[in-house]
Design a protein around this ligand. Structure first.
Ligand code: SAH
Length: 250
């Protein structure tokens, strides 16, 4: 997707989380992972949690400071589960992706994630242009590291697909929608049958037809469906007719 987007994990303590982050990235087309002095890496837990995204782990760069990790990036965004004393320009994950994606077409950008226990330090956050907060429940606001990487990566993917115009999927349907005149034909027919069976009083129809129109509009009937419904009405009329003929005959 973009080799210009760097995911930086600072000082992770659980190798499993590195694997989950790699998997989250790969599902969304990201591949560049940088680990700032991870406690344990490489590690079998990382590989097993990566579940097939081991190429992301194999290519991961390990460095000892955040400065080294982000040295070549023109835009650096730090993620944080909580607000800080000196607030920084803050964005939600969608705004972040809308800003990061276009810039990643020209220059390298970084998304920085913090330690499982303590997040990013104030010094680390001060190295970022923006802070991103996933709008979680304030009573329980901290996501698992891998989950946070997934949310941010997903939004980047959505921004990419939107920029390529690939989000507007054409709904495939096996029949054309009914036209206004076909619908009018159906409503006229329906009204006639409802009067014939005594459901609708022509002198006092109330709002029944309006409500039925609204019900059908919500469904957007297609041509085949209108034909089926009209078939039901025609058979109802035929059956009413034969019933009334046989009762006159009795
Ligand atoms: N207890 C730590 C949370 C660490 S969670 C703290 O209070 O900061 C590990 C990492 O996941 C965080 O450093 C951040 O990078 C990311 N993360 C978790 N929840 C997040 C949220 N709601 N918004 C943004 N990032 C979040």
């Amino acid at each position: 997707m973009s080799d210009n987007i760097l995911v930086v994990l600072v000082n992770t303590s659980h190798p499993g989380n590195v694997g989950s982050a790699a998997r989250a990235m790969k599902t969304m087309g990201l591949s560049r992972l940088c680990l700032v002095s991870p406690d344990q890496f490489p590690h079998e837990y990382a590989t097993s949690r990566a579940a097939g995204a081991d190429d992301v782990l194999e290519q991961a760069r390990v460095v000892s400071t955040l400065d080294e990790a982000i040295a070549d990036c023109s835009l650096v965004v730090g993620t944080s589960a909580r607000g800080r004393k000196i607030p920084w320009p803050i964005m939600n994950p969608r705004e972040c992706a809308e800003r990061l994606w276009p810039e990643s077409q020209r220059q390298q950008v970084a998304l920085v994630f913090g330690r499982e226990e303590r997040g990013l330090t104030n010094d680390e956050l001060a190295r970022c242009h923006y802070h991103v907060h996933i709008p979680s429940d304030p009573e329980y606001s901290s996501l698992n590291l891998g989950a946070a990487v997934q949310v941010l990566s997903y939004e980047l993917r959505m921004a990419q697909l939107a920029s390529e115009g690939a989000l507007a999927v054409e709904q495939e349907w096996d029949a054309e929608y009914a036209t206004a005149s076909e619908l009018e034909g159906y409503f006229g027919h329906l009204q006639q049958v409802l009067e014939q069976v005594g459901f609708l009083d022509p002198q006092n129809p109330g709002q029944v037809m309006t409500r039925l129109r609204r019900l059908y509009s919500r469904q957007r009937l297609d041509k085949v469906e209108v034909n089926i419904l009209r078939g039901v009405l025609s058979d109802t009329q035929r059956s009413l007719k034969s019933h009334s003929t046989s009762s006159t005959e009795e």
